[in-house]
Each structure stands twice: as structure tokens, then as C-alpha cells.
Design a protein around this ligand. Structure first.
Ligand code: ADP
Ligand code: MG
Length: 263
């Protein structure tokens, strides 16, 4: 199983939208996929049609070692896609974990246990991170093989990114030396907006091939889909946003080590 954190400490940049739709696209391609909702707002859970009342064992239980991964994962309407949902409880975990040993490695242990147990579960696991660089995101970065960064093309995009990259370096030095960055995806792209274009050029100049060629356009279908409890890829699989996420998934698969799927 390859584990991919979807992180950016800025809110509203398209992390959850990317998590939901890329996980759906990967599942549709035949990858057994798990999505861990690690944001107390639970938007990924809602967006995949899991109402609050149906969130029994959550990512909070997983982090606090109150349930195993198999006990927390539940199926979604999408064949091949399971989710570990989140509730508001998770906001307490950030505080509760402060006094716990190994507090940045809780998620790592939970995922390791599963793989060590020979659980022939998932090919890929995505982690939808909250909009901060606190303990929840640190747990995600420690537990992940690689990081996918959604970046909104706006004026301060690069400043925010450098802060994230510093955190990645700290994690690589202290906790998880094999953490990679699989790519940066430009989100909410608006071709008619000159500033957006300028920022996209700057980001590509600065980061080169790290930036995915696929760009996610600003598309109202992407923002409508969650209120129907389904991924845009199901709500309207042919809208520009869905097509962009299918392209991104294809590109992402091309960047993953080939042997990982079966491992
Ligand atoms: P984050 O998880 O980073 O906070 P979200 O994915 O929740 O960001 O996106 C923030 C808001 O913008 C949501 O209302 C979402 O539906 C909307 N949104 C995200 N991506 C797009 C897009 N490409 N086009 C239009 N709306 C988008
Ligand atoms: Mg989110």
C-alpha cells in the first residue's frame, strides 16, 4: 500500500475536493483505495455521502488506538473505495495527543499494524489533512510515503508553500526520512484571470516538474457535488472538473513506483 497525504495548511485550496475525486478516480481504475478523513470538519466524509450518524469508528478512534484500521474503515457508494470518516471529536485529539508518547507516530503505528497483520487491503491510501500544520497533519506526514499538495493560484501561494516545505524537511529529518513529494496540483484555475495565469507561471518556474501538468479548473460542478453526497466524478463525470481529476489521477499513477500497487 502506498500512502499519500493531501496537505496544505491553507484552508479552502481544494484539499478535500482533490482527495474525494482523486480517490474516486483511482478506485475506478481498479486500485483498492482507502481515504482517511483527518479533518475535524469531516468534509470528505460528508462529500462521500457518510452522514454524521453513520460515522461509528472514526479517525479519532484510530489515532487514540481505540479501534483498528479494519474496524474504522467503512465502504462508500463507490466500488473499491472505503473511508475512515471524521467527526468533531477529532479536534480534541490534537490536544489529547500532546501528552502522549510518540504523539506524531500514532497514525504510522495504526497503518503499520494493518500491513504487518497481512491485511490484504488497499493499494493506495489518501489522507485528507486539516488546514494547519498541527499534530494531525504531522501524523499524516509521518505516516505517508509521499505528499500531494493542492495549490490555489493566488498571490501568496508560494509563501504558504515554503512554510509547508520547511515542515516536510523537519519531518524528513526527524521522523520519516523517506517522505517524498509526488507533486503540486494547481486548483481553482481560472484562465480568464490574469493574476491566476501569472501565479501559475511563477509556480512552474519555481518548482518545475514537481507541478502536475493537469490543472484543476474552477468549476461549479465540483462545488455542487458535495451537497449531493457524491464525488463530482459521479455527480457529473463529464464536467471539466471531473475530466481534470481523471487526468490528474492518470498522471499520479505514472509517478508512483510501479511495484507499489500489489505490495
Ligand atoms: P480545503 O479542503 O483545502 O479546505 P475544499 O476542497 O473544501 O478545500 O474547497 C473549498 C471550497 O471550494 C469548497 O466549497 C469546494 O467545493 C470549492 N472548490 C474546490 N475546488 C473547486 C474548483 N476547482 N472549482 C470550484 N469550486 C471548488
Ligand atoms: Mg478540507
Amino acid at each position: 500500500m502506498i500512502t499519500i497525504a493531501i496537505a496544505n495548511q491553507k484552508g479552502g485550496v481544494g484539499k478535500t475536493t482533490t482527495a474525494i475525486n482523486i480517490a474516486t478516480a483511482m478506485a475506478a481504475t481498479g486500485w483498492k483505495t482507502l481515504l482517511i478523513d483527518l479533518d475535524p470538519q469531516g468534509n470528505a466524509s460528508t462529500g462521500l455521502g457518510i452522514p454524521g450518524a453513520a460515522r461509528e469508528n472514526t479517525s479519532y478512534d484510530l489515532l487514540l488506538d481505540q479501534a483498528t484500521l479494519a474496524e474504522c474503515a467503512q465502504p462508500t457508494e463507490i466500488p473499491g473505495l472505503d473511508i475512515i470518516p471524521a467527526t468533531q471529536d477529532l479536534s480534541g485529539a490534537e490536544v489529547e495527543l500532546v501528552s502522549v508518547d510518540d504523539r506524531t507516530a500514532r497514525l504510522t503505528h495504526a497503518l503499520d499494524q494493518q500491513t504487518r497483520g497481512g491485511f490484504a487491503g488497499y493499494d493506495v491510501c489518501f489522507i485528507d489533512c486539516p488546514p494547519s500544520l498541527g499534530l494531525l497533519t504531522l501524523n499524516a506526514l509521518c505516516a505517508s510515503d509521499t505528499l500531494l499538495v493542492p495549490l490555489q493560484c493566488e498571490f501568496f501561494a508560494l509563501e504558504g508553500l515554503s512554510q509547508l516545505l520547511q515542515t516536510v524537511e523537519r519531518v524528513q529529518q526527524g521522523f520519516n526520512s523517506s517522505l517524498g513529494i509526488v507533486g503540486v496540483v494547481l486548483t481553482m484555475f481560472d484562465r480568464r484571470n490574469r493574476l491566476t495565469d501569472q501565479v501559475a507561471d511563477d509556480v512552474r518556474d519555481c518548482l518545475g516538474n514537481l507541478v502536475f501538468e493537469s490543472v484543476i479548473p474552477r468549476n461549479v460542478r465540483l462545488s455542487e457535488a458535495p451537497s449531493h453526497g457524491m464525488p463530482a466524478l459521479v455527480y457529473d463525470h463529464n464536467c471539466p472538473g471531473s475530466r481534470a481529476y481523471i487526468g490528474l489521477a492518470r498522471e499520479l499513477i505514472g509517478r508512483l513506483p510501479e511495484n507499489r500497487k500489489a505490495a
